[in-house]
Design a protein around this ligand. Structure first.
Ligand SMILES: Cc1ncc(COP(=O)(O)O)c(C=O)c1O
Length: 416
């Protein structure tokens, strides 16, 4: 299937304007696509659940204007946060603390203290986290992250459930975790489970819910508690190439709902929470880069002003991102090239051995599906300032984060 922003990047005039106004590399997000994605998820949930909450995963893209744009479409939007910084970003985007879930892992006392003081929902990754939290205070409500013993993800590095995963409470300890919380005065409970990212198999999510329900059943039988919410995490994949099929959210949530509601038929029904990141922002972002140098070596290299410091995913996971020449999508492929940046690492590649049309220094390139884990994973290796971010709203171009400067990078240094 073709990329939903294909028509946008055919618009050479628009992207030339982006380049003129803001330079490159620049992350450009489509407002229309943001709204489309979050509304589709909301609609599919609404059709299958009376009580639900979308907790947008801040780590996917923490730009406050993006969060605010999502919130303007879904007024009851919540946030999934993994750090004090993400709780702060959710607040800047207008999300209330009571709509945030904080899921740490190996979090410090300061992290727990921040979450406790902000009054967000605290989701604990381990029984030991509870012992540490207890020294700070006992919240009215708590949830634990269940590691069900299996997981699934687009790459082994993003599988977060199973025996090799550092996350969550293993199922043989989950009953003890809730017992401990109850004995220590916790009054209300939730449960959370997130087993991996980038899953495109719609049948996986009902299977995951079945496993969560089995654990809920065992906990309720041994500890005599009720659950206010059940969060099945995120992990809803998106196509990164034309051969992949997008997830059908109606099918996903119909399957999840069948399992969920057949268990809770004669019981108090908890809210279903999901924590989507990639499926909300992934395909909304294009990384605009300029060709800085072309080298014919043992391979053909196209050098860009964006590299692994701008978009980590290819160097980190060998992830595939579609790359197009702005405004010239139909040009015949004339060569096979590697797209690289200006970083002094040989893993600095944004795409490897790609058939591509003829290309010159100064041409503009679009790297697709850069909206999730793009800017938020970017860094300053080789002392390269971070990219600018803009929002495209029809013909309107809105700067939502200024390009970092070299001076910004050193602004916290003290030279004695
Ligand atoms: C706890 C938690 N929830 C949700 C997500 C969102 O995952 P995705 O972007 O795949 O939807 C993540 C991602 O790492 C996560 O760690």
């Amino acid at each position: 299937m073709h990329h939903p922003l294909l028509n946008l990047i055919k618009n050479k005039k628009l992207f030339t304007q982006v380049f003129k106004n803001f330079g490159s590399p620049t992350y450009a997000y489509s407002k229309k696509q943001l709204i489309r994605n979050v509304s589709a998820i909301n609609k599919a949930l609404k059709a299958n659940f009376k009580k639900f909450q979308i907790c947008y995963t801040i780590k996917a893209n923490s730009n406050p204007h993006i969060i605010k744009t999502l919130k303007s479409e879904i007024p009851h939007l919540g946030a999934d946060c993994s750090s004090p910084g993400e709780i702060y970003a959710a607040g800047l985007g207008g999300i209330r603390p009571n709509d945030c879930i904080f899921t740490g892992n190996y979090e410090s006392n300061e992290d727990l203290d921040y979450a406790y003081r902000k009054n967000v929902h605290i989701n604990l990754d381990d029984i030991n986290s509870f012992h540490r939290l207890k020294k700070i205070g006992i919240p009215t409500e708590i949830s634990f992250r269940l590691n069900p013993g299996f997981g699934k993800g687009a790459f082994s590095q993003v599988v977060t459930g199973g025996k090799n995963s550092k996350f969550g409470v293993p199922k043989h300890k989950i009953i003890d975790a809730y017992k401990l919380a109850k004995e220590n005065g916790v009054k209300e409970f939730g449960i959370q489970c997130m087993t991996g990212s980038g899953v495109l198999d719609p049948n996986y999510f009902p299977k995951l819910m079945e496993e969560i329900i089995k654990n809920i059943d065992a906990i309720m039988k041994s500890v005599d508690i009720k659950f206010n919410h059940v969060s099945m995490g995120g992990g809803f994949g998106i196509p990164y190439d034309d051969n992949q099929t997008p997830l059908n959210f109606d099918k996903v949530f119909k399957g999840v709902s069948d399992t969920f509601h057949s268990f809770f038929k004669n019981k108090d029904i908890p809210e279903l929470w999901i924590e989507p990141g990639k499926s909300v922002v992934g395909n909304t972002g294009v990384l605009l880069a300029s060709v800085t140098g072309i080298k014919k070596s043992y391979k053909n290299f196209v050098g860009l002003d964006a590299g692994m410091e701008t978009l980590m995913r290819p160097a980190l996971y060998n992830a595939f991102h579609r790359v197009y020449k702005i405004g010239d999508l139909e040009a015949p492929y004339s060569e096979i090239v590697d797209f690289t940046g200006r970083i002094c690492e040989n893993t600095d590649r944004l795409a490897v051995e790609r058939p591509f049309p003829s290309i010159q220094e100064g041409d503009l390139i679009a790297i697709m599906d850069a909206g999730a884990y793009g800017f938020s994973m970017s860094h300053q290796f080789c002392t390269r300032p971070k990219a600018a971010e803009i929002l495209i709203d029809g013909e309107k171009l809105q700067l939502i984060r200024k390009r970092e400067t070299i001076e910004d990078i050193f602004s916290k240094c003290e030279i004695h």
